[in-house]
Design a protein around this ligand. Structure first.
Ligand code: TYM
Length: 333
């Protein structure tokens, strides 16, 4: 890692296919961060098992996600790019941080409460400990900035609290990280219920655009997107959540500003607007999907990249973990 650059950390769980919410909220910016930061990008498979996964599917999803990262411009030579479970320090650090985290804090986490409702038959310890494992991920790499969607803000805040708590209890050890959130696109919403975030695990898959959706599916889903009865294409998330969500998607995929997009659709009907959004998304997804498939076909290459990535990550993570073990009083042989 270069000494003069700040460190940026982010991760995505290899569950299902990603949605364009994950892509817009995070992944699409990752390539551009690589020149300015020491980037560490992970596939959070240990987080993924906090809800039930089919083992074969989890394995396949992990490889598919690795290929998607690269297809989106993540360059394994420019950053550290690895699978979380390949670096044992994450579980070890999580255990050390657990003893500095209160049960009450974890019970108050919105995502824990939501997931406990959705998976009422499987409210496991991992689900509750999810934010501490996330803190371990971030703090192991002495991270300065963490680009995530707004749904992760609370987890970022608790990471900062845990870091500060540790630094105060022992002595300065961890960099206290800052979250970075996109101005537009940090919360892409469900097409059928624009008050909810677009999710990989939504009950109705027609509300989410998956990165693997083909052109016809993308256009069909956008045609059915919920709008309102004003017939006016303006960005106003509070009063026009459906139209604003579509505009956020349109501007990120077209590269146009919000003003430009509003002017372009001034006086047009919702039907034309939804078709235009569907077309631009389908146009932009097609080459990414083709590139992902090409990379995925070369398993030996991908395995090599992930083995190297884990080695690079381990060196940095181990150093921080050793410091932590020393500070908390573990006898060093
Ligand atoms: P995951 O896989 O659920 O989400 C990956 C990233 O996508 C963002 N995101 C969205 N952004 C905008 N609109 C949406 N509809 C939307 N849905 C999801 C999420 O905020 C996230 O940034 N817990 C993390 C994974 C993780 C992590 C970390 C992230 C594990 N360790 C350390 C940062 C640092 C998560 O939510 O993954």
């Amino acid at each position: 890692m270069e000494e003069n650059k700040k460190t940026l950390y982010s991760a995505i769980q290899p569950t299902n296919s990603l949605t364009i919410g994950n892509y817009i909220g995070t992944l699409r910016n990752w390539a551009s961060y690589q020149n300015d930061y020491n980037c560490v990008f992970a596939m959070a498979d240990m987080h993924a098992i906090t809800v039930r996964q089919q083992p074969a599917q989890l394995r396949a999803n992990t490889l598919a996600l690795a290929a998607l990262f690269i297809a989106c411009g993540v360059d394994p030579d420019k950053c550290t790019f690895y699978v979380q479970s390949h670096v044992p320090c994450h579980a070890e650090m999580c255990w050390a941080l657990n003893s500095l985290t209160y049960v009450g804090e974890m019970e108050r986490m919105t995502q824990f409460k939501d997931k406990s409702k959705r998976h009422a038959d499987n409210i496991n310890m991992g689900l509750m400990d999810y934010p501490v494992l996330m803190a371990a991920d971030i703090l192991l790499y002495q991270t300065d900035v963490v680009p995530v969607g707004l749904d992760q803000r609370q987890h970022l805040e608790i990471t900062r609290d845990i870091a500060i708590r540790f630094n105060n209890a022992y002595s300065p050890t961890f960099t206290v990280p800052e979250g970075i959130y996109a101005k537009v696109g940090a919360k892409i919403c469900d097409l059928l219920d624009p008050t909810k975030k677009m999710s990989k695990s939504a009950e109705n898959p027609n509300g989410s655009i998956f990165m693997t959706d083909d052109r016809d599916t993308v256009i069909r889903k956008f045609k059915r997107a919920v709008t309102d009865s004003d017939n006016c294409i303006k960005y106003d998330p509070e009063n026009k959540p459906g139209v604003s969500n579509l505009l956020a998607i349109y501007t990120t995929f077209s590269g146009k500003s919000m003003d430009e997009a509003e002017r372009e659709f001034d006086g047009k009907g919702y039907g034309d607007f939804k078709l235009a959004v569907g077309e631009i998304v389908a146009d932009k997804l097609a080459p990414v999907q083709a590139e992902q498939k090409r990379i995925l076909d070369d398993k030996a290459y991908l395995q090599g990249v992930l083995a190297n990535g884990a080695e690079k990550a381990y060196k940095v993570a181990r150093k921080t973990l050793s410091k932590v073990y020393k500070k908390i009083g573990f006898f060093q042989a």
